[in-house]
Design a protein around this ligand. Structure first.
Ligand code: SAM
Length: 256
């Protein structure tokens, strides 16, 4: 391990917590772009400051971010302007209930990353998204996973709260838990199916990046090796069981 501790700004493709998700999303985007022979129309609901939306717009796609947080949207607009993306990356304040009024046409891909665990009614949110995705279009969901939180609490010696997460209907350790809910793979997949989606890919992510202390990833080679490990587990179906310990769950589904 090297002693280089200089902080580095990471993009979605180089941060250990997002690289595996980005690898999957960018692969799906490339495949669908080739099928349709045109750039995609993308919705990022709860897209915040544009961590995912900016690189998608930079890749030439037409991206709209819908998010209730005005501060996040202001920051996103500054980023988009600085990157010369004001035409391809637009943003609007709103939530799932506003999508039909906001969107002029259906989208080829909707992303819901880090948001389903926050909204008031996840099934309702997924249902509203289904209404604005074109048939055959994709939905990418990244959300907090119950088993990952159980492992993290147990490894830090908090055994009682680990067991509470295991048994709590929303996968929480108590009223003070900052995460409103955590999902199990089967219940999330069932929710998507009920809303009109077929799951095409489902795996845990952030297996180790949330567990290892930052001192253990002090060098670029350490970080690259961690990302490679996370991506190898996310990409390989035989490692799916290992994915259940990931802090997050990444599910990609198609509108039928
Ligand atoms: C944890 S951030 C995730 C941001 C980004 N998607 C990412 O992956 O980095 C959650 C985002 O969801 C937004 N949000 C909160 N409530 C929402 C709702 N009801 N509908 C849509 N977005 C919401 C927040 O404003 C915030 O930008």
């Amino acid at each position: 391990m090297s002693t280089d501790r200089r902080p580095k700004r990471r993009g979605v493709d180089t941060a250990p917590t997002t690289a595996a998700v980005w690898a999957t999303v960018s692969g799906i985007v490339a495949q669908r772009t080739a099928e349709l022979a045109r750039p995609l129309r993308v919705l990022d609901l709860g897209g915040g400051t544009g961590g995912l939306a900016v690189p998608l717009a930079e890749a030439g796609h037409q991206v709209i971010v819908v998010d209730p947080n005005l501060d996040a949207l202001a920051s996103l607009r500054r980023r988009a302007a600085e990157a010369g993306l004001s035409d391809t990356l637009v943003s609007t304040q709103g939530d799932a209930d506003d999508l039909r009024a906001i969107l002029k046409a259906r989208v080829d891909l909707a992303c819901l990353h880090g948001t389903l665990e926050i909204v008031d009614d996840p099934a309702h949110t997924v249902g509203r998204i289904a209404e604005v995705i074109t048939p055959g279009g994709h939905l990418s969901v990244v959300t907090a996973q119950r088993f990952g939180a159980v492992i993290a609490r147990a490894l830090s010696g908090q055994f009682q709260s680990a067991q509470t997460i295991l048994n709590h209907p929303d996968g929480r350790w108590g009223a003070g838990d900052p995460v409103r809910r955590r999902f199990d793979q089967s219940s999330l997949e069932a929710m998507l199916f009920s809303a009109g989606f077929n799951v095409v890919l489902s795996h845990g992510v952030r297996l180790f990046s949330d567990l290892v202390p930052s001192a253990a990833i002090g060098s670029e080679p350490d970080r690259a090796a961690l990302i490679a490990l996370e991506q190898a587990i996310a990409a390989h179906p035989e490692f799916a069981a290992l994915g259940q310990i990931g802090a997050s769950l990444h599910v990609v589904a198609r509108r039928h």
